[in-house]
Ligand binder design. Structure first.
Ligand code: GDP
Length: 296
């Protein structure tokens, strides 16, 4: 693992000791290190450029107050801007809808949609005391329907059956009808993913969205995807009005730079982080803590 950004900046911090003001050359030196750190964390290049431009604006001419030295001031500007870019505060799931509140899960195959659906069901049952139903609209992989059944049981939620010979739209409508008649608070709709973006997939999920009017449309994305996360996020953003992001596999060894890219591209808040394969491996996303990880 490369040395942390704080380590790398420490020599710059030392040379700035005693200065009253941050100079252009201090900023340039520091931004070079920040740029490297972000690229190493797999943040997409255009996102890095935007970020650097914003930090530069904030840092130039910044007064140095109290006992801090200019280097420390710069590091704190970078950290704050990074946390702000990835979202401020904590945003939980929005359930402000006539029950059942429908949540649509979107993302590529393998991103962690089915696992996250069950994790979310557990979260809503335990933390929000909701009655939760899940359904799979993945008609291409019978195994995916069975997988959702298994993990839904682990979550303590109820599962609505579906079959490969049905249309995703009909499955969702039947589940919605069942949820209404049995007084469920939340219906989680898992969807089919593909290994890569394809137009048929996008058309299908758009139709699902238009049919069931979800209060939340969550984009599930694998943090290990690194640079590719940007293109995936852009395609889903163009297809759907995303209301939130779940960044999975943050227990892996990636620096999680995808968070920054995905947040910037979708404009949607990152609501949760997947931190293990297990059913309880879901955390409310904490932008400030994640900023520290991205910088290393
Ligand atoms: P889907 O195709 O999008 O529904 O993805 P799945 O839910 O089937 O997940 C694909 C793989 O990723 C499975 O082996 C999951 O156990 C694993 N997975 C999902 N989320 C996480 C996570 O947060 N951490 C880890 N380590 N593995 C995860």
């Amino acid at each position: 693992m490369a040395s942390t950004l704080t380590d790398r900046l420490s020599h710059l911090v030392k040379t700035m000791r005693g200065q009253a003001r941050i100079t252009e050359s201090n900023v340039q030196d520091m931004l070079r290190e920040v740029r490297m750190a972000l690229l190493e964390a797999d943040v997409a290049l255009p996102v890095v450029r935007d970020f650097i431009a914003r930090v530069k604006d904030k840092a130039l001419g910044q007064e140095v107050v109290g006992s801090l030295n200019p280097g420390q001031v710069l590091v704190s500007i970078v950290q704050k801007e990074l946390a702000a870019t990835m979202g401020e505060g904590i945003s939980d799931i929005n359930l402000a809808a006539q029950p059942p509140a429908v949540i649509l899960m979107a993302g590529l195959q393998g991103a962690g949609k089915t696992t996250t659906t069950a994790k979310l069901a557990k979260h809503l049952i335990e933390r929000r005391k909701k009655k939760v139903l899940t359904v799979s609209a993945d008609v291409y992989r019978p195994a995916a329907i069975e997988q959702l059944k298994t993990v839904t049981k682990q979550a303590g939620a109820e599962w609505f059956p579906s079959a490969p010979d049905q249309k995703p739209r009909d499955i969702a409508l039947a589940a919605l009808d069942h949820a209404k008649r049995h007084y469920f608070d939340v219906l989680l709709v898992d969807t089919a993913g593909r290994l890569a973006i394809d137009e048929a997939l996008m058309a299908e999920i758009r139709e699902l969205h238009a049919t069931i009017h979800p209060v939340e449309t969550l984009f599930v994305v694998d943090a290990m995807q690194g640079q590719d996360a940007v293109n995936t996020a852009r395609a889903f953003k163009e297809a759907l009005p995303l209301t939130g992001v779940v960044l999975t596999k943050l227990d892996g060894d990636s620096r999680g730079g995808a968070a920054l890219s995905v947040r910037q591209v979708t404009g949607a808040p990152i609501k949760f982080a997947g931190v293990s394969e297990k059913i309880d491996g879901l955390e409310v996303f904490d932008a400030e803590r994640h900023a520290g990880r991205v910088l290393g």
